[in-house]
Design a protein around this ligand. Structure first.
Ligand code: ATP
Ligand code: MG
Length: 569
């Protein structure tokens, strides 16, 4: 491809509103341009990279025995009503009506559509197992679209859905997809980890996420430094500490103490001279319209996803202050478990506190020297908090947990009969009996992978593409497009490389050499080849790897063979 005839609008300066490196570099290298919030056009170079990711994903899906289909992006609302998600899905679902006033949505995912296809077309166990996939544009009206195409509203996803007669079959389908995902991310040249993930309110099922490790990642993943335990923060647990024998400790009598104006846990701790880990933090949340008081150690963070799972609701939220005050009869900062009329749920760690401080349900007052059972009944327990780096691993004897930032690029999920039940996806088994199918679903953020790859592979001058994703293997720079000898040699090398199947971007622009070098670094092709200047007069071309230290000089006559070899053709 010729630079002079391709739209590659590179930018010298960092765009002001791009917060992460991949977003900045994708704009600066002219890979994408925004059209609206979370909506982007892929320009020629960006599209080449996207197509590379797609090709790897497609190959591995085909190899794993999945069948490619292409479902409609626009889906009838009725199907979503049948599955029950029309009400549940919330504002991420972009809904609209057609000219006949029928409800539609733009697909954020395709469980309903594929279930509809399978219930109509697959009748017998003999047609199973089956796995269908597509690579298609999705739309999710994300509350906070950001980081460019990393969290877009419109994005490209590979979604696959497996159908099996029973759970044993699903297990096989799931493992096949899991292995295919590992190959996909390896081939893309990414450092990644598969982690156990939360399955929300669907009990029993299991799920793994694939994360690309990067500091800009929006997710926190937890892993053991000794064994292979790894989980998303929403799921990760640590080995519970030994519960202290509270009976053995002589706890002074419980006492109500004034804490005027002390709003935060830290402030109360300082004021009363108690360490924060011995203050019980009481948080009021709303779960399915009902108030619940959650208790945690003062130094711990609440994990809302765990709280929702423990309460068996799709999500919990922090209520508006007025609503909270109405429920609790007191401001949020003064809540506590003693004498509360609210439903109480405590983190598993809380019973270990033998002698603690908590809010007194009266503004400006706390209780101190509180003891479980003596002063307040021990509430129901659940895992409600985020684990902290350095805690003991729940799986092995010696490991410690570490926390990393990750970008979720893939997700595999055992759905079970969640959709096949509600949508009636059944076949006849070998006995002629109707069986509800067991489903799995498997997503990959195809467009997000492009951003994730840049997060992992860049330097201060630009992108350093992994070979498999590079838009071109070689950037061929013609230093002096007005020197007939150089042009002739460069053009010949370009033609020969193309004929040998090497992907080359020929920088034939009438620009200064400095501009071409800068752009070559920015665009990040694995090899840069320079034809021109002193080397050319000496019968040489200069070859430099994007991540290499120095350029090598190769005789022009050997350039083709050397480059074909280096480009791995
Ligand atoms: P997230 O937690 O990042 O919102 P999700 O759990 O909603 O992801 P899934 O429904 O599992 O995502 O979708 C499958 C894959 O699609 C994700 O693993 C991710 O790589 C990609 N993806 C999801 N939302 C977006 C988005 N807004 N922009 C780009 N890619 C996305
Ligand atoms: Mg999401």
């Amino acid at each position: 491809m010729r630079f002079s005839q391709t739209l590659i609008p590179t930018l010298r300066e960092d765009p002001v509103d791009a917060q992460v490196v991949s977003h900045r570099l994708m704009l600066r290298a002219g890979l994408i341009r925004p059209l609206g919030a979370g909506i982007y056009t892929w320009l020629p170079l960006g599209l080449r990279v996207l197509r590379k990711v797609e090709a790897i994903v497609r190959q591995e899906m085909d190899n794993a025995g999945a069948q490619e289909v292409l479902m409609p992006a626009v889906q009838p609302g009725e199907l979503w009503q049948e599955s029950g998600r029309w009400e549940q899905y919330g504002k991420e679902l972009l809904r609209f009506v057609d000219r006949h006033d029928r409800q539609f949505c733009f697909g954020p995912t395709h469980e309903e559509v594929i279930s509809d296809l399978v219930r109509r077309e697959i009748r017998s166990y003999r047609q199973l197992p089956a796995n269908f996939y597509q690579i298609q544009t999705k739309f999710r009206d994300e509350i906070r679209p950001r980081f460019g195409i990393m969290r877009g509203r419109e994005f490209l996803m590979k979604d696959a859905y497996s159908f099996d007669l029973d759970w044993a079959g699903l297990e096989v389908s799931y493992q096949t997809m899991f292995a295919a995902y590992q190959r996909i991310f390896q081939r893309c040249g990414l450092a990644f980890r598969a982690v156990e993930a939360d399955t929300g309110s669907i009990g029993g099922a299991s799920s793994h996420e694939f994360h690309v490790l990067a500091d800009s990642g929006e997710d926190v993943i937890v892993s053991c430094d000794q064994c292979d335990y790894a989980a998303n923060l929403e799921k990760a647990v640590s080995r519970p500490a030994e519960i202290a024998d509270t009976g053995a400790v002589a706890v002074p009598a419980v006492e109500r103490v004034a804490t005027p104006g002390q709003k935060s846990i830290e402030a109360v701790g300082q004021f009363l001279r108690w360490p924060v880990e011995r203050i019980v933090k009481s948080l009021l949340v709303e779960a399915a319209g009902e108030p619940v008081l959650l208790l945690l150690r003062g130094d711990r963070e609440l994990n809302m996803v765990k709280a929702a799972a423990a309460l068996g609701v799709p999500q919990v939220t922090i209520p508006e202050p007025e609503r909270a005050a109405q429920w609790a009869g007191v401001a949020m900062g003064s809540l506590g478990p003693l004498g509360t009329p609210l439903r109480v749920l405590a983190d598993r760690e809380v019973p270990a506190l033998a002698d603690f401080v908590c809010g007194a349900n009266t503004e400006g007052w706390h209780w101190q020297h509180v003891q479980w059972e003596r002063d307040v009944p021990l509430p129901a327990l659940a895992d409600l908090r985020n684990v902290v780096a350095g805690e003991p691993c729940p799986r092995c004897a010696t490991g410690r947990l570490q926390r990393h930032q990750g970008i979720e690029v893939g997700h595999v999920f055992k759905l079970g009969d969640k959709y096949s039940q509600s949508l009636g996806v059944r076949v006849l088994d070998s006995q002629g009996l109707e069986q509800t199918l067991v489903m799995g679903c498997y997503g990959i953020g195809v467009s997000r992978i492009v951003a994730a790859a840049i997060e992992q592979h860049h330097d201060q001058n630009g992108i350093c593409w992994p070979v498999a994703l590079a838009p071109f293997q070689i950037a061929l720079l013609l230093l002096n497009p007005r020197e007939p000898g150089e042009v002739e040699a460069g053009e010949a090398l370009y033609r020969d490389l193309l004929a040998a199947g090497v992907e080359v971007l020929l920088d034939d622009r009438d620009e200064r050499a400095g501009v071409k070098f800068k752009d070559a670094d920015l665009l990040g092709c694995p090899l840069r080849v320079v034809v021109g200047g002193r080397s050319f007069k000496e019968g040489m071309v200069e070859v430099q790897a994007r991540t290499g230290e120095r350029a090598e000089r190769v005789p022009l006559a050997e350039a083709l063979a050397t480059l074909v070899r280096l480009a791995g053709r």
